[in-house]
Design a protein around this ligand. Sequence first.
Ligand code: FE2
Length: 329
Amino acid sequence: MPVLAPGESLSPRHPPRRDPSDGPPLCAVEPAGLTAGQAAAWAESLPLSARFQLGPVVTEGQLAFLARHGFAVFDRVASFEEVDTILAEVDRIEAELLAAGCTTVNGVPVWFGLDPDGRDYLFRMGFTSTYSEWLSRFVRDDRFDPIRRLIGDNARIGEREKDGVVFNRYVRDARSIRPGLAWHTDALRDVFYNWRMPGPMLNVGLHFDRIRPSDGGLRLLPGTHTQGVASTLFRKIHFVTQRPDPAELAVETWPGDLTVHDGRMWHRVEAAPVSGWPSLRRSMYVPYVCDTWHPKDENSPTPLYLRAFDLVMKARRARALRQSATRSK
Ligand SMILES: [Fe+2]
């Protein structure tokens, strides 16, 4: 078990803000022995801000909430020490990638920009757990097994498949390459190729920062995971529309929270209203895969959808470097 005693944890460069007087609300407590119908009624009675405890199984009520709204938040699944250790491991990996001049990992671009201090800063990378034995053990820990079974009894963690374990850092600053992310669904590719909606696409994310709705962060349009092709294609312009939606939900997080959201729903990341280090928000997405085993390696090509983003990120980085050069003159 990768649970760390206080003395064993590592210290990240930027620990999350932790305020003992600002704990999360209590988790929704499900009455025992509900039938499927009762569980659905119980889930329907909960506010969208409901938080759940992750136990040895995902309960009927939790499943009903996820089926109805397309997402669920599980309370602080990673401990204080694990959150710090993951963030510190990413600091170490960032230094390793920089020293090696690494620009892609297994075909997935590594996005470096500048931080608020003007230093090279990792904004996104894939296959993170392949750089850390400890992180690899953490993502495979037994506590996540009920989440794995949500995707499928034969689902596995694709540490070397798809984009692997993706680590995101969002920071807002004049030179930031990635302050937020516009509205999108993850179903666009399937709709494009097959002209029909794919089955559930559950995204499993860990959140490392205390994010209030006023801090920006993950925004979802609850219930849109069951939308059709037309709404997926035309309700918003993928990766362009930024405007808040009156029906959107701000997902509030405490360090260590785990979220499951169905990628078929509209979602985005709202940039923080402040700039500099107080705007920092970090998340990590763990891929669960049921398809045939397709591991990637250093010869794997960059997926088409990432190539376009990579050009944008490179252009933003070049602009940030020019701004820095102008500032230091
Ligand atoms: Fe997404």
